[in-house]
Ligand binder design. Structure first.
Ligand SMILES: C[S@@+](CC[C@H](N)C(=O)[O-])C[C@H]1O[C@@H](n2cnc3c(N)ncnc32)[C@H](O)[C@@H]1O
Length: 450
């Protein structure tokens, strides 16, 4: 990021103003995605990039503001102050600072004047003191785990409890930028062919040897989808690596199962926006029922399928209340990609850690268990169900699964398939490490009770 020089480019103070509005919205409990829809379209890419940086450093910035001014100013001014402090926070070795520090202070003060004129001298004084005493202040504040890792304390404690040997790596990975990953449409070609096609247009990328990533491609550097050859024609979709495990796991089943037969009836119970629905249909000729309780999000499933020239039945309804929509014909396979804390996709959504509350995790695991219990009767004896969440918390993964299998006599948890995947950790020898997002997968088979 450099200071804009073009005369028509938005000033940094304008960008900071919109960034602070987005940060304030997150602090009030709204998602960054929703907050950015309120930002003028022309400013959005720049403001999104700034907001990502600020949210990845918000724990440090909050600690610095509390140290420098124990009484918080009005929320809008505080958000501006925090945004500026986050952008003034020392960069990691090898990174360059987003802006020259005095430019940033001057522009932040100019932005505050547009919000609350009489706070300008206060913000100016706080930021200049931070610059003067930065080494001392940051050295002191980095002793606090929340300021150091930029995660709430309850989140850190939960990770320590769930992952005693991996928690530090997860926290670090969460503050990195996730790579852009693609899924090549299996009906149109292979990952290796697509990597060669990308190379022709000057885009560097790699494919994978992993048996569940046969159609995955990772780009060296993110590009707009409009630059991806064949994107509009449905040759490729954007999808994280860990999310690409779902469809092959369900279609192929465990090592002792048969692949789903052509025409198999499959329920995708929480389908929107449809990444996994599409992947299932790319891999096999299936009769897919894509259900989601959010009718607006379900429209995105239709749009995705149309771009990829694929077909499914889409239904806006509550998967936990099948009596209101199910026709009574059992499914050969069910994918339950359940609503969750999304604690595994913090790299892509840096707002999530600030939005969740500790009590959300128990409530979500209750919803996940209810969905599992309601959908299990819809599965044929001999059929399979894949349970998935993009969470790293055990209560939403292994915890839900253990409790379900204990109560459900005819549910067999397939050993050696899936489990927890921890985000952004590369260690081929450790099955918990995933170069992709954090996920949990469990494959269940339904035994015919004699
Ligand atoms: C993790 S997202 C699914 C992502 C999707 N499988 C994909 O790969 O694109 C969870 C979805 O569950 C939906 N959902 C939440 N509660 C539901 C319910 N009771 N019935 C059906 N869908 C539900 C949400 O609207 C959300 O779209």
């Amino acid at each position: 990021m450099n200071t804009p020089t073009h005369s028509n480019a938005p000033s940094l103070s304008t960008q900071l103003l919109h960034t602070a509005q987005a940060v304030d919205a997150v602090r009030q409990g709204r998602s960054l995605t929703e907050a950015l829809t309120r930002c003028p379209a022309a400013l959005r890419p720049g403001v999104q990039a700034l907001s990502f940086t600020v949210l990845r450093r918000l724990g440090s910035a909050q600690a610095a503001r509390e140290y420098l001014a124990s009484k918080a100013p009005a929320a809008a001014v505080d958000a501006l102050l925090l945004s500026a402090l986050a952008l003034l926070w020392p960069t990691a070795a090898g990174e360059t600072a987003p802006y020259e520090e005095h430019t940033l202070v001057n522009q932040a003060v100019a932005a505050v004047k547009k919000v609350q004129l009489n706070s300008a001298s206060f913000v100016n004084a706080v930021l200049r003191r931070f610059i003067r005493e930065r080494d001392e202040i940051t050295h002191l504040l980095l002793k606090d785990p929340a300021a150091r890792s930029n995660h709430p304390t309850w989140w850190i404690k939960r990770l320590q409890q769930d992952w005693p040997t991996h928690w530090k790596g997860i926290l670090q990975a969460n503050n990195q930028q996730a790579p852009m990953c693609l899924r090549v449409n299996a009906r149109r070609g292979s990952a290796v062919e697509y990597v060669a096609r990308l190379a022709e247009t000057g885009i560097a990328a790699r494919s994978f040897e992993h048996p569940l990533l046969t159609h995955a491609v990772q780009l060296e550097k993110a590009v707009p989808v409009t630059q991806l050859p064949g994107f509009e024609q449905g040759d490729v979709s954007v999808q994280d690596l860990a999310a690409q495990w779902a469809a092959p796991l369900l279609v192929r089943g465990g090592s002792h199962s048969h692949a789903l037969a052509p025409g198999a009836r499959v329920l995708d119970a929480c389908a929107a926006p449809g990444g996994k629905t599409a992947h299932l249909l790319e891999l096999a000729e299936l009769d897919v029922w894509a259900v989601d309780s959010d009718a607006q999000r379900l429209k995105r499933v239709d749009e995705t399928l149309e771009r990829l020239s694929l077909k499914a039945h889409t239904l806006a309804c509550d998967a936990a209340a099948p009596q209101s929509w199910w026709d009574g014909q059992a499914f050969d396979a069910i994918l339950l990609d359940a609503p969750c804390s999304a604690s595994g996709i913090v790299r892509r959504h840096p707002d999530i850690r600030w939005l969740r509350r500790p009590e959300d995790i128990g409530a979500l695991s209750g919803t996940q268990s209810r969905l599992l219990k309601s959908l299990w009767p819809l599965l044929k004896p001999g059929g399979r169900l894949l349970y998935a969440t993009c969470s790293v918390f055990q209560q939403e993964g292994q915890g839900v699964m253990d409790a379900f299998v204990r109560q459900q006599e005819d549910a067999i948890h397939t050993a050696g398939v899936g489990g927890h995947l921890l985000p952004g950790l590369e260690d081929a020898a450790d099955p918990l490490c995933s170069p992709g997002d954090g996920f949990y997968y469990a494959l269940l088979e339904k035994r015919a009770l004699g």
